[in-house]
Design a binder for this molecule. Sequence first.
Ligand SMILES: Nc1ncnc2c1ncn2[C@@H]1O[C@H](COP(=O)(O)OP(=O)(O)OP(=O)(O)O)[C@@H](O)[C@H]1O
Ligand SMILES: [Mg+2]
Length: 367
Amino acid sequence: MGENPFTPSFGEVPLHLAGRAETIRLFQRAFDSGNRRPELTTIFSGARGTGKTALMAYLADCADRSGWIAVRTTALPGMMEDIEIQLRRKAAHLLGDQAKVSIGSIGIPDLLSVEVRQTAPASSNWRSRMEDMLDQLSASDTGVVMVVDEVDPSLDEMVQTAAVYQQFVVDKRKVALLMAGLPHNVSSLITNKTVSFLRRANQIHLGPIDDFEIERALSRTMADGHRSVDPRGLSVAADAIAGFPYMLQLVGYHAWEEASGEVVGIEGFQNAIEISRREMNSRVFAATLAELSASDVLFLRAMLVDEGDSAIADVCERLQWSSSQVAQYRRRLMDAGVIGRRARGVVGFELPFFREYLQERFEDEGL
Ligand SMILES: Nc1ncnc2c1ncn2[C@@H]1O[C@H](COP(=O)(O)OP(=O)(O)OP(=O)(O)O)[C@@H](O)[C@H]1O
Ligand SMILES: [Mg+2]
């Protein structure tokens, strides 16, 4: 028996990325093109577990294979230094010695070297050091892709990185910037005035993936693990997965573990779904709920009254809130990736089974 081929973790590139073929094709084309294509400045947004990190990691590998140098970081203090250090390392074979040796260490007579050292800080900053490297890399037509995960609009370095990147683009340097974050972080980053150019960047929202794609990724990954699937089990699984990548990995992982023979049957999938739902509750839903405010939760509770989607007018009446207050929380919850617009004045739950999770939680709390 081989190893379980599923990756129910975070950020790990799965063996088969469901539903991303078209996106990957466009990026591949952008990395291979001699012209600057819009994909080179992209912001991905999506709720927890929608596959932002995995997709960016995959695209970074595509870029590397197409002769770019991709550096991946997370929006945290120190991210600029991290980008610089990683680039210096990954591009070492293409960079001349002057990029590695600091000015103060060049063997010049002592007196002079003191002077050089004193003036060094003023003549070098992040932008200039990056430009030096980009200059050297341009000799071999090597571009640099900066990949920033978990974008945080309140982090100065995040805004600075984007602003300097814009300068690089204006200067016609071969650079790309891929960013990803939760919808509300992405939308507040792009409203920051310093980096208003990001509003015109390529934006990709990662929503639910088609069942057909889910089934295909599931059966292909099973096949990689030397197992085949009962087609009825596959469709039961797709229903439970509801287009959510993390759930696909959970269900696949447990179904693979459940199977005793070569074929994963319908029962194996049913057991796997049950285990996976519990894990979704503790790993995704509890974290999502903890990020919401008390009023956000009141809004969601008012939505639970409906069987399916909710009319905003009904939510308004149930809560006895003003329409502007309801509009404000509707926006917040949409930005958090919890609800989505279904039609004019109609919203529904966006995260699959978050609704059921909330119902259970409220029942447990006797609300
Ligand atoms: N397109 C996909 N097809 C199948 N599995 C995927 C796909 N994208 C991601 N996954 C799997 O789903 C899980 C979650 O992916 P990932 O960590 O990239 O999500 P995320 O959006 O970055 O989540 P978070 O917001 O919590 O960081 C991982 O186990 C990953 O292997
Ligand atoms: Mg992530």
